[in-house]
Design a protein around this ligand. Structure first.
Ligand code: NAD
Length: 490
């Protein structure tokens, strides 16, 4: 009998009232790890009521005191880094090194949010008119919620949680039902960190749980990360219910390789970008556009890098790439590889239909390279979210930038070049919110916003840093006059 995971509500662990649960599966072995309840609206309501009660005191708690449990949480995350990393690897599939890197990014967001006593300061102007002063202060919203995807169970909740609570809000997390175990472990640490009951809560579930969150009148703001279709849906339903929303969606990230790029470094970095985390990163490069003479050397070297990547269970020594998340995902990615071929691409390295010894039931696809994918092909526009890199070839940088900009997503675009002028032109013209110059995964550090554009983001204030502070606070402008004769009365 597998353990049924619990919700963390009002400072304690509580069984969900759900009568439906899903199995949580290790994608490397297909072993069942636990059961996750699909919490109904009643569980969401219980969490919101506890959060509303907690908010009364939490917003009155001085900001310097509100960040103290975050300092403790940072230290607990550091102490439990290995255990959390193994949990991510077991439920999500990525390698231990990738999982540890993910926890590091979570810790950095906690560190940044600990600066809230400075970050949420307002502005003022004395004598905006004669004897009149004007101030803009930031106040928390109330109860806020985040809905997160499967591919970074240890990091993405931290794009939101530390900022929300440090700014004085009470926060509810609904993690992906495919990877809920890491959240259980994180909430074990949150319990130890000493937040008052109701300030940080966890409600497990799926689609119905999300709808209950979106429709609950007590929740003021929604943060979402996941696929574009879900992001668009959540953004509209949250807005229709009068909520503030920031919704990060899917991606199809291009890179341009110029003939003057340092080819050995470029290939190593791009192999890691395309095949790292089995391509299940919203910042994975998935289309490589070579310019001129870069074509031959890059094609040859990336094919060799793809064919030699060691694939297996992410915690096994020497493994460089794990499985994709599910049997459905494996079938979908393999179908898209076949579709790419039908649409005119040549399969240079084929990762389909391969078994990993000792993990024969796992959802493995080996690195795959599609050459000369026609730019108008559907496969060139669809997010594959697997270890598949498609190659396109251009004659000039103009042609290559036009190919980069001919897409609806705008999460990331990169260039590899030795020319400052080409790099500047790319940075200036490209339609993407995160740009890499000789960088393969342009993931903003926690002190910068995660700036997706186009169909990769719905909203205006992004995750992390100042944007998170603005998202989780509302401004109040105070204009005041104190005539002399009034003050004499006291
Ligand atoms: P997903 O959209 O399937 O699920 C994300 C969350 O939404 C989950 O918590 C899930 O329970 C919920 N959900 C799913 N369908 C729903 C529906 N119909 N109604 C209500 N809630 C629903 O995404 P995923 O497969 O877990 O994650 C992979 C996707 O996330 C990829 O598209 C990837 O590019 C994207 N992603 C984007 C970023 C970014 O920063 N832009 C970061 C990570 C992942």
């Amino acid at each position: 009998m597998n353990e049924r995971l619990q919700n963390f509500i009002n400072g304690g662990w509580i069984a969900s009232s759900a009568d439906v649960a899903l199995n949580v599966i290790n994608p490397a072995s297909a072993a069942v790890l636990a059961e996750v309840p699909l919490s109904p609206a009643a569980d969401v309501h219980q969490a919101v009521e506890a959060a509303e009660r907690a908010f009364v005191q939490w917003r009155r708690t001085p900001v310097v005191d509100r960040v103290q449990p975050l300092f403790k949480l940072k230290s607990l995350l550091e102490q439990h880094r290995d255990d959390l990393a193994l949990s991510i690897t077991d439920e999500c599939g990525k390698t231990l090194a990738e999982s540890k890197g993910e926890i590091q990014r979570a810790i950095e967001n906690v560190e940044t949010a600990c600066g809230m006593p400075m970050l949420m300061q307002g502005t003022n102007c004395e004598d905006i008119a004669t004897g009149i002063d004007e101030h803009m202060i930031r106040q928390p919203l109330g109860v806020v919620a985040a809905i997160t995807p499967f591919n970074f169970p240890g990091m993405i909740p931290f794009w939101f949680l530390p900022y929300a609570v440090a700014a004085g809000n009470c926060f509810i997390l609904k993690p992906s039902e495919r990877v809920p175990i890491t959240s259980q472990k994180i909430f074990g640490l949150i319990q130890t960190a000493g937040f008052p009951a109701g300030v940080v809560q966890l409600v497990n579930g799926g689609r119905d749980t999300v709808n209950a969150i979106l429709d609950h009148r007590g929740i003021r703001a929604i943060s979402f990360v996941g696929s574009t279709a879900t992001a668009r849906y959540i953004y509209s339903r949250a807005a229709a219910n009068g909520k503030r929303a920031q919704c990060q969606g899917g991606a199809k990230n291009p890179v341009i390789i110029m003939p003057d790029a340092e080819m050995e470094m470029t290939t190593r970095i791009l192999a890691d970008s395309a095949f790292g985390c089995a391509g299940q990163r919203c910042l994975a490069v998935s289309v490589a556009i070579t310019v001129g003479e870069a074509r031959n050397s890059f094609t040859e070297q990336i094919a060799a890098a793809a064919a030699s990547r060691k694939v297996g269970y992410g915690a096994a020594p020497g493994v460089e790439m794990g499985p994709v998340i599910s049997a459905e995902s494996k079938a979908r990615v393999e179908g898209l590889i076949a579709k790419g071929e039908q649409e005119g691409a040549r399969i240079l390295v084929d990762g389909r239909g391969r078994k990993v010894t000792g993990y024969e039931d796992g959802y493995f696809i080996l690195p795959t390279v599609l050459d000369s994918l026609p730019p108008r092909a559907e496969t060139a526009r669809t997010e594959i979210f697997g270890p598949v890199l498609s190659l396109m070839h251009a004659s000039t940088i103009e042609e290559a930038i036009a190919l980069v900009n001919d897409r609806s997503y705008g999460n990331m675009a990169c260039i590899f070049t030795g020319s400052g002028a080409d790099a500047r032109r790319f940075r200036y013209e490209v339609n993407a919110g995160n740009v890499g110059i000789n960088i393969g995964v342009a993931a903003p550090m926690s002190t910068f916003p995660f700036s997706g554009w186009g169909e990769s983001f719905f909203g205006d204030l992004h995750a992390q840093a100042h944007h998170a502070v603005e998202f989780y606070t509302q401004t109040k402008v105070v204009i005041e006059r104190w005539p002399k004769d009034w003050s004499r009365k006291f």
